[in-house]
Every structure is written in C-alpha cells, then in structure tokens.
Design a protein around this ligand. Structure first.
Ligand SMILES: Nc1nc2c(ncn2[C@@H]2O[C@H](COP(=O)(O)OP(=O)(O)OP(=O)(O)O)[C@@H](O)[C@H]2O)c(=O)[nH]1
Length: 314
C-alpha cells in the first residue's frame, strides 16, 4: 500500500468527520464518520451542493468561513463554545448534556491545486466530536455555581450566612448613602430559645430556626436580604424602606409568628421573637454602627418582656 492509499484509508476510519467542498460548495469528499452520523451515503451527496444536502446549516456564516480559507489560504477554526454544533448530528454518548446534538470543533483546511503553488482548490472541513468536553465543562460550571451558593448560605436555615450578609449590607449602605435612599435594618432573636432547646431537644430548636426563616422569607421583597447573624439572631436588610415601613413589617412578622404553631412530632411549638429596628442615618460610620443600634433596640424589646418590637431612636 503506498502512502496515498494509507492516508485515504485512515481518513475513512478516523473518529472525526471529513468533508471536502470545492469553490461552489459542492461536496467532493464525505467520509464514513459523516455517513454514519448524518445517515447519508457518500454516493448520494458527492457533487451535490453542501447547502442543499444540509438545509439547516448556518449558511451565511459558513459560507464566509469557507470563502476566507479559499481567499487567504490559511486554516480556519470554530469551537463548540462559539457555536455548539455546525452539522446537526445526534451524539451517541452515554451522557446527558443540555443538547441532544453532538458538540463540535470544526477546522477548515485549505487544499492546494498543486502543493508547490498557492491556489486553494478545495476546502476540507474537519468535524471533531467534543460532546464529552462540553459535558464535563457544563458539569464543572454547575458545580462551581453550587459551590458559590453554598459559600454564601447558612447550612441550617438556607438564608445568607453572616459573611455574605455583611458584604451585601455594606453595598446597600453605600448605595443608600450615595442616592439618598432610605435603608432599614431589623435584627431579631428567638425568645427563651434555650428553654425551647431544653424542652424539645436541639432538633426541636433547629426546626424552629428553619421554620421562622421560611415564615419570614415569604413576607419579604426580592431585594430584602435576611442573614443569620449569630446562633438564634438574624438580620434583615430592607433597601428603600424607612423606619415607619420597617417597624410595621417587623411588628407584623412578630404578631403573626407568635400565632404560628410549628409541628414537631406530636408537639406544636409556639415560639416568639423580639425585634429591634433602625433606619440608616448619614451620621452612622458603617453598617456595624447600624447593627449596634438595632441591637440596642432589640435589647429594649427583651427588657420590656420579649415578643416586642422596638424602634431605635437617637
Ligand atoms: N438548636 C439550636 N440552638 C442554638 C443554635 N445556635 C444557638 N443555639 C442556642 O440558643 C440558645 C440561646 O440562649 P440565650 O442566649 O440564653 O438566649 P435565650 O434563651 O433565647 O433567651 P433570650 O434571648 O433572653 O430570650 C443557646 O442555648 C444556644 O445553644 C442552633 O443552631 N440550633
């Protein structure tokens, strides 16, 4: 077998698509890979126009790509990240991707009329199946997104953890300061939570923390952000909300939660919360200043018998 025959036989057997077109986009070569993945026979497509055989190709884009190889005598490339596939072929991988079609890297190679010359006679289109790469990239992206969510979420209650909540608080405070928008903070704490733990065990206590956050989440707007500040202490940032609005929301949460029985085995737990509310004032130096003031108001609520809402006043 001479070198030419070896080459021809290899091209038929490689696990990539090889298709050659002339300057009028007529197909002059179509290998076995293309035949089996496109369910077409070579004898039926040879001499036919590429865009008649495949009527769902991105015609304008593909013509430009092929023409530039003819004109410039340099290879061209298209990655699956730019265009997931050019030839619509189903992939046969035992994996689930977001698309049922084969992800492809496409290389466009010039074929010269004469090896010593520079006139491009035909263009070879090499179709590489990269469905696996695409699948693992998607998985990696998904995992990174999940990791990001985990890194800013409190594991027990699924609200923002303290670090993320404080970061957002700083941003909201700067925004309120710059645009002179109101901003309020509610700090709340479960009443006699130690007693709840002592009566129902830690699991009962954990359930109360989960249920209170779920209960409150439903009452907040999309832009509000609840975070776990400490063990049984939580903060709610309320952008574009003044003291009056924040107090009204806080007290509504308090009264409604006090009447919300939490089922724990055969028990119904009725817990209450104490709350402290503060509105941002430009004299505050930082979000910590605001937390300190909300904490003073929260302390007042505890001191006046718990299950109370207090507004901080300078
Ligand atoms: N189950 C459970 N308990 C927690 C968690 N974090 C903190 N605690 C408990 O919360 C209790 C807080 O007790 P205290 O600070 O004495 O406050 P309290 O009993 O709520 O009393 P007041 O705040 O004064 O009404 C402690 O017993 C902590 O162990 C948690 O994630 N799960």
């Amino acid at each position: 077998m001479n070198a030419f025959n070896i080459g021809a036989s290899l091209i038929e057997k490689i696990n990539s698509g090889v298709l050659v077109v002339d300057e009028s986009f007529n197909i002059t070569f179509f290998n076995k890979f293309m035949e089996s993945h496109c369910l077409l026979k070579s004898k039926d497509v040879l001499t036919k126009n590429l865009f008649d055989v495949f009527n769902d190709l991105p015609e304008k884009w593909l013509k430009r790509k092929i023409q530039s190889v003819f004109m410039l005598n340099t290879p061209g490339f298209s990655s699956w990240e730019q265009r997931q596939f050019v030839f619509k072929m189903r992939h046969a991988r035992p994996v689930t991707t977001s698309s049922e079609y084969m992800a492809q890297n496409i290389t466009f190679l010039p074929i010269l009329a004469d090896e010593s010359g520079s006139e491009v006679e035909q263009v070879c289109i090499l179709v590489e199946d990269v469905t696996d790469v695409c699948f693992y990239q998607e998985k990696l992206k998904e995992t990174l997104e999940q990791l990001e969510v985990v890194s800013r979420t409190d594991g027990l209650t699924q609200v923002a953890n303290r670090r993320f909540w404080e970061e957002r608080f700083e941003v909201e405070l700067e925004t309120a300061n710059r645009y002179k928008h109101p901003l309020s903070l509610i700090l709340f704490d479960l009443d006699k939570f130690k007693q709840i733990n002592d009566t129902y065990g830690h699991q009962g206590g954990d359930l109360v923390l989960i249920e209170i956050t779920k209960f409150i989440k439903k009452k907040l707007r999309q832009v509000d952000l609840m975070g776990r500040y400490g063990g049984e202490e939580f903060g709610i940032i309320l952008p574009n909300t003044d003291a009056e609005g924040a107090f009204e929301l806080a007290d509504r949460i308090r009264t409604e939660f006090a009447q919300f029985p939490i089922s724990f085995g055969n028990h119904k737990i009725l817990a209450t919360i104490s709350l402290g509310v503060v509105e941002y004032d430009p004299s505050f130096d930082s979000y910590e200043d605001m937390v300190t003031r909300a904490d003073i108001a929260l302390y007042q609520s505890k001191a006046s018998g718990r299950n109370t809402t207090s507004l901080y006043r300078a």
